[in-house]
Design a protein around this ligand. Structure first.
Ligand code: ZN
Length: 499
């Protein structure tokens, strides 16, 4: 195999909107979708004389996230002003954290490779810091398209909303790894209940720092690195993947033309054009010195006691990876099944565990979750908490199947009844389908009749082809829809062997 032409190097900055009712330094609501500029006050508008007051809930959520990401939580953290001019930033600065972020280091483990050859990889984190969001510029894109005079309006409702910016080391090596990292991070944030992670509403936005390493012709030389490009404001995982693929190919081509490596050209900020699938130059990147960071004189530093950190640590829920491992070891289900169930979110994982606690075998519960439950939720486009079939009902059904009272096919019919009729109980659904457990004597009689009517099958079985019995199951079901295929096969074989 030829050596690859280059290696893609990616570090991600993920901006997560924290789930607080009010903004980071004032009491304005963070509710999405209100009419423009109705959720603002002198503080978030930066009017003279107004003073910010820290929202303690945001600090709690940041600590919870940091601890789940194995970060070190600072005992002393402070606020800094990041100064820059932008129309959606009325104060002329953003309150952020410069040299003393609330969370430092840490890592997130991701799965890479496909199912059979999957391995786990640690993506290290540099830091996670708190900051306030800016407002939103609403560009009239139809004007740009039609080359009319363009019109831009500003909505400051989002100004001052708390964000946690999670910065990874450049440990990501491909678009697929980036997607895997983001998927696992989003799942973790949802388990922790720190953000709604709604990407359409901008609750989770990604900037990708991308460059490529090109093998050096000199075998002792270090690989050649291209200048780093930051692709801003990617608002879907698909956009992140495509932007990384596009940007690494573009940089390699550019290097082939101009031969410029890192340090020989300035760092660039580029935007992602989702429609055309390209990145476009926005500006040559500011260095942090250009922002003239300085401590915010209006805010006191935050002191966090060890006991407080301990308290948050104790209150963390079971994290997705721990849950996957426990499902495999405690319930003996396949790692793939555990992955599917846990990745659907905490509510699904809890529903699955309830089935087991209510008497279902883990294997059957896992199969029904993946096939019947998830499919129904998809078909009906609902969440598990809106699902008509409670864990109690489904467990009742699975136990009935387990005990041989009905087979899987009839079980599915009962399940459909439960889905369509939320009022009905399991026993009533079974009765309504006329499902009754067939007694053994009746089944023996039925099997004997079938064998008498099918001497060719009997011959085949006697000559060693036991599978031929399978052809009788359909006939048995026709005569009695409650006949359990397993029982029919077993009884027929017993009768033949005894004759
Ligand atoms: Zn406000």
């Amino acid at each position: 195999m030829n050596a690859p032409e280059y290696t893609t190097i990616v570090g991600l900055e993920v901006h997560v909107q924290l789930k607080t009712a009010s903004k980071l330094f004032c009491r304005c609501s963070t509710q999405f979708g209100a009419p423009p500029n109705t959720q603002v006050c002198p503080v978030c508008l930066g009017l003279p004389g107004s003073l910010p007051v820290l929202n303690a809930q945001a600090v709690q959520l940041a600590m919870r996230t940091g601890l789940a990401l194995q970060c070190r939580i600072a005992n002393f953290t402070k606020w800094d002003r990041k100064n820059y001019f932008y129309p959606d930033l009325p104060k002329g600065y953003q309150i952020s954290q410069f040299d003393l972020p609330i969370c430092a280091e840490g890592f997130l483990e991701i799965e890479i490779g496909s199912e059979a050859t999957a391995t786990r990889k640690k993506i290290r984190l540099v830091r996670a810091h708190l900051e306030e969001d800016a407002g939103k510029s609403l560009h009239d894109e139809s004007a740009t398209r039609d080359r009319k005079k363009s019109d831009t309006r500003i909505d400051l409702n989002r100004t001052g909303t708390p964000l946690l910016e999670i910065v990874s080391e450049p440990d990501i090596r491909s678009a697929e790894e980036a997607k895997s990292y983001l998927t696992e991070l989003k799942l973790l944030l949802e388990y922790l209940d720190v953000s709604d992670c709604n990407m359409q509403e901008g609750s989770l936005r990604v900037d990708a720092n991308v460059n490529v390493h090109i093998p050096n012709k000199d075998p002792n030389g270090k690989p050649i690195a291209t200048p780093i490009v930051e692709v801003k404001n990617l608002n879907s995982f698909r956009a992140v993947e495509r932007a990384i693929q596009y940007e690494s190919a573009r940089q390699y081509q550019l290097w082939q033309q101009n031969g410029l490596s890192i340090g020989q050209a300035p760092k660039q900020t580029r935007g992602w054009d989702d429609q055309d699938g390209i990145t476009t130059l926005q500006r040559e990147k500011e260095e942090s010195a250009d922002y003239r960071y300085f401590p915010d004189p209006d805010l006191v530093p935050v002191l966090i006691e060890e006991s407080e950190i301990d308290h948050v640590l104790q209150s963390l829920c079971e994290l997705p990876q721990t849950k996957r491992q426990r499902f495999v070891s405690e319930y003996q289900i396949k790692p793939y099944d555990a992955e599917v169930i846990v990745s659907q979110g905490l509510a699904i994982a809890t529903y699955f565990e309830s089935l087991i606690k209510l008497g279902s075998t883990p294997k059957r519960a896992a199969a029904w979750m993946q096939q019947d439950v998830l499919r129904t939720l998809r078909d009906q486009d609902i969440a598990i908490d809106q699902f008509a079939v409670t864990p109690c009902k489904l467990a009742g059904l699975l136990v009935a199947i387990e005990s041989g009272k009905l087979d899987t096919t009839r079980g599915r019919e009962v399940f459909n009844q439960l889905v369509q009729n939320p009022q009905i109980e399991v026993e009533a659904a079974i009765d309504s389908l006329g499902i009754v457990q067939v007694d053994n004597q009746a089944m023996e009689q039925l099997c004997a009749e079938l064998l008498a009517a099918n001497p060719d099958v009997v011959e085949k079985v006697k000559s060693g082809n036991a599978k031929a019995i399978g052809s009788l199951v359909g006939q048995a079901k026709k005569k009695n829809p409650n006949a359990d295929p397993r029982v029919v096969q077993e009884l027929c074989l017993t009768i033949i062997n005894a004759s």
